[in-house]
Design a protein around this ligand. Structure first.
Ligand code: SAH
Ligand code: SF4
Length: 364
């Protein structure tokens, strides 16, 4: 096996290199994080871009075994935020110079929902004079729907593959047409075809997931030339079927540690993509997102959902900031970023540099 410094200086990591890096500890781990920070500084700089997160609705037609807002969780009250409150949240983000928002929700594919999203995108563009960037995270849709939303003014889309291993994917989803692995891949390709900057990602520390699976996940992200990534630790939710597998889980700290390694290795592999420091990190460690930024992430998604609804968007347990309002989160961003030597790219879209310079995309 090569010494860590040799692996870190390679221009192209192999699967074996990645497996080795995912298992480093002690001094070697420090070297890994140092390298990913250096690469971030070189290719991205120390700027962190903001996406105000609007958790638009927890109504979902799907039944993913891990998710607290899955259709069959009868214990969960359902909400969809009224238009004027969505627009108010977007306005808040705009006025506070966030540059962009993300609209995320449970999956719906009915015409009423599709048209509603189109309407909201157009209204948000209008209220910000076209200036607010819009990312969507609204699940699997048809190519036509993706195109409609892109043409309305959204320009980035996040759809996690969750795991790139088909067998594991099938174990954590029901076995039906709505939760089909191949369809998920097709959706990713359609998102790109529609014109969006494409984001995907995986959950880290799922029951039954191996280090090899995680290495394959990173290879998958490189292979499909992803523009942006959101990866986070899996966090159990007691009202979901996957909770039965809880005895197979690593500790939360271990899942967090693995997530940091995944972020730093990905930064070494894909030097100028956007990598988000996801909310789930903060659920395990109050400084989780800051640490992720130190190790290579460059996107922060402060929650701008009206406080009233946050408690009901529980994908997993112990979700942070659920009792706060946007203002509470806003005051701490500069301080928190300053603590780790980062600055905030206010009023900027902060698009993926990789996307902007990459013209040879896979478009099949
Ligand atoms: N319905 C959309 C967007 C909302 S879910 C979709 O599924 O794409 C957004 C993400 O939350 C999912 O992609 C999944 O990776 C993550 N998530 C769901 N349940 C989770 C859990 N228990 N722990 C960690 N992340 C979870
Ligand atoms: Fe619905 Fe997304 Fe949760 Fe799956 S992960 S149940 S699609 S909200």
């Amino acid at each position: 096996m090569l010494p860590i410094t040799d692996i870190l200086n390679k221009s192209y990591l192999t699967k074996q290199d990645i497996i080795t890096l995912l298992q480093v500890e002690g001094e070697d781990k420090t070297l890994l994080f140092k390298k990913s920070r250096e690469i971030t500084d070189q290719h991205i700089g120390n700027k962190v871009y903001l996406r105000g997160l609007i958790e638009y609705s927890n109504v979902c037609i799907k039944d993913c075994f891990y998710c607290g807002i899955r259709k069959s969780n009868r214990k969960q009250d359902r909400y969809t935020i009224a238009d004027d409150q969505v627009l108010q949240a977007a306005k808040y983000a705009f006025e506070n110079k966030y540059g962009s928002i993300v609209i995320q929700a449970g999956e719906r594919t009915d015409q009423v929902f599709i048209s509603k999203i189109t309407h909201l995108i157009k209204e948000i563009k209008k209220l910000s004079d076209g200036k607010l960037g819009i990312t969507l995270s609204l699940g699997e849709q048809t190519l036509e729907t993706y195109k409609e939303w892109f043409n309305a003014g959204a320009h980035r889309y996040l759809l996690r593959i969750e795991t790139s291993n088909k067998e594991l994917y099938q174990k954590i989803h029901p076995n039906d047409d709505l939760h089909n692995f191949e369809n998920r891949i097709t959706s990713l390709l359609n998102i790109r075809k529609a014109g969006f900057q494409l984001g995907t990602g995986v959950m880290i520390g799922l029951p039954m997931q191996t280090i090899e699976n995680l290495a394959d996940d990173l290879l998958f992200l490189r292979e499909i030339k992803i523009d942006m990534v959101g990866m986070g630790p899996f966090i159990e939710h007691k009202d979901t079927p996957l909770f039965e597998m809880n005895h197979l889980l690593n500790t939360r700290q271990e899942r967090l540690g693995l997530t940091f390694k995944m972020i730093s290795i990905l930064r070494i592999m894909m030097k100028d993509i956007n990598i988000a420091a996801t909310t789930a990190l903060q659920a395990i460690d109050t400084m989780g997102r800051e640490k992720a930024i130190k190790y290579g992430a460059n996107i922060l998604m402060p929650n701008v959902t009206p406080g009233l609804y946050r408690n009901s968007y529980k994908l997993y347990e112990d979700k942070p900031c659920t009792d706060e309002n946007p203002v509470d989160c806003n005051t701490c961003i500069d301080v928190r970023m300053g603590m780790i030597g980062s600055t905030v790219g206010y009023n900027e879209w902060g698009d993926s540099k990789y996307f902007l310079k990459n013209t040879s995309k896979i478009l099949n």
